[in-house]
Every structure is written in C-alpha cells, then in structure tokens.
Write a protein that binds this ligand. Structure first.
Ligand SMILES: NC(=O)c1ccc[n+]([C@@H]2O[C@H](COP(=O)([O-])OP(=O)(O)OC[C@H]3O[C@@H](n4cnc5c(N)ncnc54)[C@H](OP(=O)(O)O)[C@@H]3O)[C@@H](O)[C@H]2O)c1
Length: 251
C-alpha cells in the first residue's frame, strides 16, 4: 500500500470545500497545488494580505453553507479575526498558524464550545506519532537519561523555538519533570530547511534518538488535509493532532 492510498480512500472520500487563509504563502502554495490534483478538495476562497478576510466576510456570512472548513496557515495577527469568522459561520476551523498568543488561545477555547477547532503547530501525521513516542520514552527514561531537544528551520521562520518543539517539550513535561523547558530547546535557523526535530535521551551507557526530518512542505499540507477531513465530522470541541492520531490508530 503506498502512502497516499493509506491516508485517503478516493472512492469513499466526500468533497470538502475549504476557505484557505495564507493562500499566497509557502504553505498556502503547497495546499493549493495539492488541491489542483485532488478532485475531492475545493478551495472556494483565499485570504492573504492583498485579499483580507474583510473582502469576503459579507459574502460568506450571508451564504454560510458555501464552505465546509476554514484552514489557517497565515500569521498569528490574523487568527483572532479568523476564529471569530468561523464561529459566526458555525464552521470548523483548522489552525496551522504558529506563535499563537495566550489571548488567541483563550478565544479558541471559547469558540470551541460552539465549533470544532483543531490547533496543530505541526500537521505532519508522523509528528503526531512522534509526540506519542517521546511521551513514552520520557516516561520510561526521564529519571535515568538526560533529555535534549533541538529544532532546525529555514531562516524565514518567525517564531523560536518552533511551535512543534514547544509542543514536544510540553508533552514530555506531563510525564517527566526533567523534560526541557522552552528555554532549554536548541533552535537553529539554516537555509531553507522545512523542519527537523530531534529528541535525545542520553545516559552514560546509551543514547536513544527520535528524529523527524521534513523533506518538503507538502507533507504538512497533506497532513492538514487529512486532519481537516476528520475535523469536519467532529462535534464542537478543541482538538489536537493527538486526537486525530487516536482515531487513525483505532479506527
Ligand atoms: N502547522 C504546520 O504544520 C505548519 C507548517 C509550516 C508552517 N506553519 C505555520 O503556518 C504559518 C504560515 O507559514 P508560511 O511559511 O506559509 O508563511 P508565509 O510564507 O510567510 O505566508 C504567510 C501567509 O499569510 C498571509 N498573511 C500574513 N499577514 C496577513 C494579514 N495581516 N492578513 C491576511 N493575510 C496575511 C500572507 O499573505 P501575503 O503573502 O499577501 O503577505 C501569506 O499568504 C506560520 O505561522 C508558520 O509557522 C505551520
């Protein structure tokens, strides 16, 4: 079975109509090009700096059933307004944008009582699995091994440490008090690296390394589409990639 057929069964896949925020960015381009080859995915509207939410708000508020989901890969300054819009339209939202502030997270929590919202600082399906693996390793080895966490990204990335590194650290801290704080994450910015995260567990006797290297941004776009397809079927609530993983591993 190849990777694509394991993720989406084209026969049983219903069509999904998406509003894409951040359409002119690196991730926006990846999603747009995947949509061009996916007959079940339709990008019905695009949001970016030159075509902001305010330009299409009225149209979609008066025709709320013209889309199924709002997908956000823009900038954290836009996310508040986008959440409010999804909430007003009563539609699910996938937030892929990183660097969200506490007040944005508060808005997300409020709106998630009304609509399904998935916040994923990393939409790679393999990273969802990596979270589970590092949690298990931290729980077993945290008292005997030193835990290291390093992330490497392209020079254009605005936030550091990456949202994924923060999230990996947070997951490990639940299981092990010696897991790194955000300040202890090593962040490296180099060339056009899409994203590499490495967690190491080192003792005087051995070392376990769990590493994920993204080779192309299309992986995040493919995962986002997969998670979006799941989210449109979910009841209101605040979800993370771990919730998607749970159903993927126990269908
Ligand atoms: N969850 C994941 O797996 C994942 C993976 C990669 C990246 N990300 C995150 O996704 C976000 C986008 O990443 P990227 O690399 O695609 O960034 P990017 O290339 O800088 O693109 C940003 C996009 O947001 C739009 N935008 C920025 N400010 C805006 C505003 N005030 N109003 C409307 N649109 C605005 C830009 O429009 P203009 O081009 O018109 O300025 C552009 O379309 C970042 O937060 C990044 O960290 C997440």
């Amino acid at each position: 079975m190849n990777h694509e057929s394991s993720i989406t069964d084209p026969v049983s896949t219903p069509s999904m109509r998406m509003i894409l925020a951040g359409s002119s960015g690196r991730m926006g381009h990846e999603l747009t090009s995947l949509a061009q080859t996916d007959p079940h995915l339709h990008i019905v509207a695009c949001i970016n700096s030159k075509s902001p939410l305010s330009c299409l708000k009225t149209q979609f508020l008066s025709d709320r059933d013209a889309f199924d989901i709002l997908v956000d890969f823009s900038d954290q300054v836009c996310t508040n307004d986008l959440i409010q819009f999804a909430d007003q339209c009563n539609k699910p939202m996938l937030v892929g944008t990183t660097g969200l502030t506490d007040s944005t997270m508060e808005k997300i929590r409020e709106s998630s009582t009304k609509i399904p919202i998935l916040v994923a600082s990393n939409t790679s399906t393999a990273i969802a699995l990596m979270h589970r693996l590092v949690e298990q390793a931290a729980s077993l080895l945290g008292s005997t091994h030193q835990i290291g966490l390093e992330e490497v990204h392209h020079v254009h990335k605005k936030d550091a440490p990456s949202g994924t590194a923060r999230s990996l650290a947070r997951s490990m801290r639940i299981h092990c008090s010696a897991a790194p704080s955000d300040d202890q994450v090593t962040s490296i910015r180099r060339d056009d690296v899409p994203g590499t995260h490495t967690v190491s567990f080192t003792s005087g006797e051995d070392q376990l390394v769990i590493q994920h290297s993204a080779m192309s941004r299309s992986l995040f776009a493919r995962g986002a589409i997969e998670m979006a397809r799941w989210l449109v079927r979910m009841p209101p609530g605040l979800y993370g990639p771990e919730d998607w993983l749970e159903q993927a591993m126990n269908p």
